[in-house]
Every structure is written in structure tokens, then in C-alpha cells.
Design a protein around this ligand. Sequence first.
Ligand code: PHE
Length: 459
Amino acid sequence: MSLFRESSQGAWGSRWTFVAATAGAAVGMGNIWKFSALAGANGGAAFVVVYLFFVVMVSLPVLIAEVVIGSRGRANPITASRDLAREAGISKAWQTMGWLGCIAGLVILSYYSVMAGIGIAYIDEIFTGQFKDLSAAKVGAAFNTLLNDPKQLLIWHSVFLGIVMLVVSTGVERGLARTSRIILPVFIILLLIVVAYSMRIGDVAKAQAFLFDFDWTMITPSIVLAALGQAFFTLSIGLGAMMAFGAYMPDGRSIAGLLSVVVLIDTAVALLAGMAIFPLVFSMNIQPDAGPGLVFIALPYAFGHIEHGELFGGAFFTVVALVALSSGVALLEPAVAWLVERFKFRRIIATVVVGLLVWLLGFAALLSFSHWSDIRWLGMTIFSWLDFVSASVLLPLGGLLIAIFVGWRMREEAVRDEFYRDSGFIFVLWYWLLRYIAAPAVLVILLVPLYQYFLGADV
Ligand code: PHE
């Protein structure tokens, strides 16, 4: 079989298709909106450094493990984990891993769709020149007006989710994944241009100091938890979405090598987004912890001040919407695939049922910015809770289960099988990282907040 696959795919084409499709599902609003908001709210460098550490030491090994499950299990996450548990002769309860993932995906998609919807709203506003020469304060005010307008937010949330549902229900996501080959390079080029512009007019020195001047004493448990969550979120791992990409794996290529390239691309995009946004933030005198909207204030302001900014900015936000779309699809697909395979739902019905649920949750999330802003528990709004529970708890938990499953429960030879293209050293290094670093680290970090909460202890 492997010979056949090898001869039927052009070597370069298939390698880049795999990398681009996987990176396409990883790169999204997480790199632009969430990374900048989290870095801004968590003191900049402390967050960035811890985040980079987790990406390399924890997320990359878990990403590889997730793709291994996919390339061996070849099914939706719930079925794949059940089948592999059977193969390994361990409890069926391991399919909880797939369950958790599907739920996490749907919860994330709810608020993800709200933020991506705001991105879509900006396409039109920028194309029509509504930010032309506006002052920083006015751009900020425009964003707040939008946040406080549930009707508008609902419209754009519905538009984004509707498109995601359309893609998933027609089963064209493979086609969409392939378009990443073009969309991703275009996005990176546009982003580089924004970085260059922001370096010219923004406060680069302040931004650099904020993002990269690192001091150990700045690290706190909540920064560690946020960085871990983001390291999972940004690579789309911990919920089974990446399992599907095992099927794209070109033969004769190193799984660890190709996935390292994916991680490199995703991390580069986040850092570039930071370098585009923060110099503007500082020169506009916005507080870096001003909330979720940094990207929606800094970039439109920039586009309002460059020549042909309407065209360029409109194109930029269009491409952002496209990369967000491939992430949105990756969030919805596991649950839909499961309903289709397990209960023989028609794809369209499964998509509508699950999509409706997500739409309602998203509705609640967007009301947190206006009518329901007072509904809080432990000081956090509905939006923040959806985000916290899914990104900081469910994803790391899913990642932990994946790491234990592949690292400790599957037979080593079965895992080794999927690595026949990698050198023995790479396999041993990865296996070791997964077993002794990734799994224990996530476990400890997840337990610390519980410990703090129940014992009121200061860690
Ligand atoms: N990684 C995506 C982003 O950064 C979000 C995502 C998370 C997608 C989890 C799928 C699964 O935008």
C-alpha cells in the first residue's frame, strides 16, 4: 500500500499539502486575536516565553501523538479512540477522550465564531473606508460600539457559523484544506507587510521590551495556565481535530519533521501578529491589557492611515476570515463525523443539529458584551467561562489523555509502526518527551488551580 501511495503523489506536492492543510487548521483567530489578547493581559514577555516553552516541550509531542492516533485509527475521535483502546486491550472508557474533544470543539466554536464574525464585519467596513484617517480613540470607540450591539454581533456570528456549517455539511473540507496551500502563504505575506508598516510608524522599542524582555519573577500560576491553554489552542490539539490529518501523511516522510514545520509556521504567525499589533498599540497609547479587541483596534487604525489601506486592509481581513474558516471547520467536524458514523445521521442533519447548539451558545457568549455583562460567576462573564473551561481546562485535559494513551497505554510497537519513516533517535526523543515531560507537566498544571481553589493555598 505504501508503495502505491508513494508513487501516486508528487513528493513535494504531497509534503506541502500535508503541512499546509495541517497548519491551515492550526492558524486562525487564535494566532491573531487570542495570542495578542493573552500576551497583552498577562504581562507580555512572561506569557510569551512560557508559551514558547510549552509549544516545544508539550504541544509538539502531543500534536504528533494525536496525528499518530489518527493515522492508525482512521475514524472520528470517539470511534478511533475506542478502536485503538480495543487494539491495546484496555478499557473502552478511553473513548471519553473523544467525547471530551467533541464537546470542547463545540464550546470553542461558539465564541470563536463570534470573534471571527467580528473579523468578517471589518472586511466591509475597511473596504468602504470607514476607518480612513480616524484617530485612535475613534477606532476604539467604533469597536466598542460593535461589541455593544448584540444584533450586529449576532448577524456576523450567524454568517461565520453558517459558512462553517455549509462546508462541513457538504463534506468539502478536504477541498478546503487543500486551498490552504495558497491561502496560508498569501496570509503570511500580507502579515509581513503589516509588520513592516507597523515597525515604521509604531513604537517598536516599547513593543519589543514588552514582548521579549523576560524576567522570571513575572511568572504566576495563572500565566502558566493561560500559556498552556494557548499552546494547545493555537495548534488545535487536545480535541481530536488533528487526528483527521493523519490521513494526509505523505509516505516516506518523517511525521516528526513535518509536524515540526507546522508548529514553526503556527508559532511564527503568532509572533508576527504580535509584532504587527503591539508597536501600534503602544504608539496609539492603548493599554495592552485593554481587552479582547487589541487586534480589532490596532489593525484597522493602521489600515486607515496607509495609502490604499482600504484595499489592503479589506484583503487582509478577508484572508483572516478564510484562515479562521478552516479552523472553524476543524472544530465542528469531529462531532458531526461522530453522529454520522455512529448513528447514521445524514451529514446535513448532523450539521444542523450540532450547529444550532453552537449558535445558541455563541448567542449567550456575545450577550456577555452587552445585556448579560453583569451575569458573572467568580468575576467572569459567560464568554470568559466558555473560553476558560474549553481552552484552559478541556484542551489540556484532552491533551493529557492523548499523551497517556499514546505514551503509556498503546503498545510501543504499535506506536513505533507509525514512525517507520523517522530515525530511531527521533522516535526515542519524542516518546520520552511525551511520557516524562508532556504528560506530567500538564497533570501538575491542571491540578494547581484545583489545589488553590479547594485549599485556598497560595502556590
Ligand atoms: N488553532 C485554531 C486557531 O488558532 C483554533 C482551534 C482550536 C481550531 C482547536 C481547532 C481546534 O485559531
